[in-house]
Design a protein around this ligand. Structure first.
Ligand code: SF4
Length: 328
């Protein structure tokens, strides 16, 4: 069997928290806890969950901007953390990223043609005389007119800036594009254009996407499969329609209850969760969702508060981490 394009194995990312007193013991902020994921070539995996659930940290680790505390990330079978020299440069080329805020990710003093050219020249990819052609091709692929070539970021609209950010990632011809909330900073009308652009690029170039968003309506349009994160862990993973039509984890049900279901054209019964997401400095024991879970009473005893539910198969393609009886 071929290796997947990207495989995340038992990934943990912890950060040392600032001490509040000189002799206080070191505390750890646990951003990502034991995550396993696979992204096949050309596939689109959506990663959803509330702010602070660890999805952006996971994205940064996949791109190599965040070192894992333990576990590993393999790109086409090559472990990211042990790659050096030419192999590391090749991994950087194969995995690109688009950030949430295109204005912050572009240098305001740099014309956009330079911004798109830069990844090629820094990494020494492509012969100098062909780089300009690659930049023009990237501009064309994201639908940016050639007359914008010499403009600066402040002269563009938010949607045009995000297109520049996508062109900058695209110019290296990545096989996996990690999109970290790429539409959150954009107006509603521009969001649809960027989502359509990403879907089009996927079709044209066969790129895989790791698409991170808290906007479930956008996720539903674009992805093949969805992983739901809560407090640093994946709590449910399933093909898109299976997950949106019949969510099996109480947290997923609550998340999806807020969006309109296209089949029925109406909302599901809204599930309002009590309390706030837990602090990654001190996640609850057992199932981290138990203090907020509306289904906890259906699990006998104190199992939810004391025993961590493992992510396990409910059927051939669906995974869930929950102690609820699967037949309920
Ligand atoms: Fe709720 Fe218990 Fe399932 Fe956690 S394990 S989601 S608390 S029912």
């Amino acid at each position: 069997m071929n290796a997947p394009l990207c495989e995340v194995r038992e990934l943990e990312v912890r950060f040392a928290a600032r001490r509040r007193a000189l002799f206080e013991p070191r505390r750890w902020l646990q951003a990502v806890r034991g995550v396993n994921l696979r992204i096949e070539r050309g596939a689109v995996l959506g990663l959803v969950g509330e702010s602070g659930c660890g999805k952006s940290t996971l994205a940064r680790a996949v791109v190599g901007l965040q070192r894992p505390s333990s576990g590993s990330i393999l790109i086409d079978g090559v472990e990211r953390a042990s790659a050096r020299g030419k192999q590391l440069r090749e991994l950087r080329r194969r995995v690109g990223i688009v950030f949430q805020d295109p204005y912050a990710s572009l240098d305001p003093r740099q014309p956009i043609r330079e911004a798109v050219l830069e990844p090629l020249s820094i990494n020494g990819f492509a012969k100098p005389r062909t780089r300009r052609l690659r930049v023009l091709a990237a501009f064309e692929a994201v639908g940016l007119a050639a007359n914008l070539y010499h403009r600066y970021p402040h002269e563009l609209s938010g949607g045009q800036r995000q297109r520049v950010a996508i062109a900058r990632a695209l110019v290296l011809e990545p096989e996996l594009l990690v999109c970290d909330e790429p539409t959150s900073a954009l107006d509603l009308s521009v969001r649809a254009q960027i989502v359509n652009l990403l879907a089009d690029l996927r079709q044209r170039f066969g790129m895989a996407l790791l698409f991170i968003s808290h906007d479930l309506a956008v996720v539903r349009k674009l992805v093949d499969e969805v992983a739901v994160m809560y407090a640093g862990r994946v709590v449910e993973q399933a093909p898109r329609d299976a997950l949106f039509d019949a969510p099996q984890h109480p947290y997923t049900r609550a998340l999806l209850s807020a969006i309109v279901t296209p089949h029925e054209g109406e909302r599901r019964e809204r599930i309002v969760l009590a309390g706030e997401p837990p602090s990654p400095l001190d996640p609850p024991s057992g199932c981290a969702f138990h203090p907020r879970c509306p289904a906890r009473a259906d699990v006998p005893g104190e199992r939810c508060a004391s025993e961590l539910p493992m992510l396990s198969a409910l059927d051939a393609r669906r995974l869930r981490a929950c102690h609820l009886d699967p037949t309920l």
